[in-house]
Ligand binder design. Structure first.
Ligand SMILES: NC(=O)c1ccc[n+]([C@@H]2O[C@H](COP(=O)([O-])OP(=O)(O)OC[C@H]3O[C@@H](n4cnc5c(N)ncnc54)[C@H](OP(=O)(O)O)[C@@H]3O)[C@@H](O)[C@H]2O)c1
Length: 333
């Protein structure tokens, strides 16, 4: 089989992307409770980009095969995973093993989402992480009964799903973007409250709008000093949930007085820990509900293109230039 290999980590993301190479390798054998998946496609997510630079939570021994999710068919099942043989799946893989940017990959049965036959396999390639992440974040909004939320990097796929889910629940959304063109796109899609990061009055506008809409929950995918700007601007008693680190910088510039005297809280969210809190039955229920939305077309991941293994560096460079255009799928087919 063929696989994409990262020879070594490189803090310069473009150099890391350009260093990717295609190698031949034997098809792996699934161990106990694992399955072998013939991969249909796998996306490149911001977590993959962080991984290529050595800046992610998962650091594998290099050379390594990147890719934390994908879609495909189970072609072999290890002992204890026989029930998955022949199933269409979306999958997740974060162990120190080869990732999804390969023709075949092994993963643990607990990291599979079994798919309805009607699921489109390109959409399924981006199904195991982002829609569930949006759902997990929305669960926090529901628990807190907040009438409105704030989210930055709002041209992303996660924030797209959050907007869709929030509108079903009548929760208002304040979207923050860094590019005028992204703001225009969101406006066309019906987003009502859009703020531009580099607006000179950004902090004042966010303060006013979040007070007006009573937005007491902010989802931060950027971190760095932006996290500080968010928590400083949002109302008393608000929570900032950091779920991404797109700036590659530590959370900073937080006014401690807000935390001490104004009941503001900073917390973190990750999909894996949220998933572990759910019992399997509830997770299945969420998965079924999300799949129905995908099958009906109500929910879709925007896909900007597909790249072959041989053109992977070119494809990923295009994604890096404009992430808000949608996912770039890596396809062995
Ligand atoms: N914690 C979890 O469990 C979890 C799970 C899934 C995703 N995430 C996180 O969720 C975030 C979105 O993921 P995704 O797959 O939805 O992203 P995506 O669709 O690939 O889009 C990335 C978005 O981030 C914007 N962006 C990139 N760097 C930025 C920066 N420094 N400042 C502001 N905006 C920036 C891009 O805007 P431009 O077009 O302007 O570049 C683009 O809109 C990522 O941080 C990801 O790591 C977390």
């Amino acid at each position: 089989m063929k696989k994409i290999v990262l020879p070594e980590y490189n803090t310069n993301v473009l150099r890391a992307v350009l260093s990717l190479r295609v190698e031949e390798a034997p098809i792996p054998k699934p161990k106990e409770n694992q399955v072998l998946i013939k991969v249909h496609a796998a996306p490149c997510n911001p977590s993959d980009i962080a991984f290529l630079t050595g800046g992610y939570n998962v650091v594998k021994n290099v050379p390594a095969v990147p890719g934390f999710e994908g879609s495909g068919i189970v072609t072999e099942a290890g002992e204890g995973a026989e029930e998955y043989f022949g199933k269409k799946v979306s999958f997740f893989t974060q162990q120190n093993e080869d990732g999804s940017w390969a023709e075949y990959v092994c993963t643990h049965k607990s990291d599979l989402v079994v798919l309805d036959d009607k699921m489109d396999m390109d959409q399924a390639a981006c199904f195991a992480i982002n829609p569930f992440t949006a759902r997990g974040l929305l669960d926090i909004a529901l628990l807190q009964n907040t009438p409105a939320i704030i989210q930055n990097a709002a041209g992303s796929q996660v924030t797209h799903f959050i907007r869709l889910m929030a509108s079903e629940l009548d929760v208002k959304v304040i979207d923050i973007v860094r590019k005028e063109e992204t703001a225009k796109k969101l406006k066309k899609q019906g987003a009502q409250h859009i703020l531009l990061e580099d607006d000179p009055d950004f902090d004042m506008k966010l303060k006013k709008l979040s007070l007006k809409l009573d937005a007491r929950l902010a989802f931060d995918a950027v971190a760095g000093s932006f996290a500080g700007r968010l928590i400083n601007a949002i109302p008393e008693g608000s929570e900032l949930v950091v779920y991404g680190g797109l700036s590659n910088k530590p959370v900073s510039d937080v006014n401690p007085l807000g935390l001490i005297f104004h009941d503001k809280v900073i917390s973190g969210f990750n999909l894996g820990s949220w998933r572990q809190l759910l019992d399997d039955e509830y997770f299945e229920e969420i998965s079924k509900e999300l799949q129905e939305h995908f099958i009906s077309g109500a929910y879709q991941t925007t896909i900007q293109g597909k790249t072959s293994f041989d053109e992977v560096s070119k494809g990923l460079s295009a994604y890096l230039k404009n992430m808000s255009e949608g996912k770039m799928l890596i396809s062995p087919e």
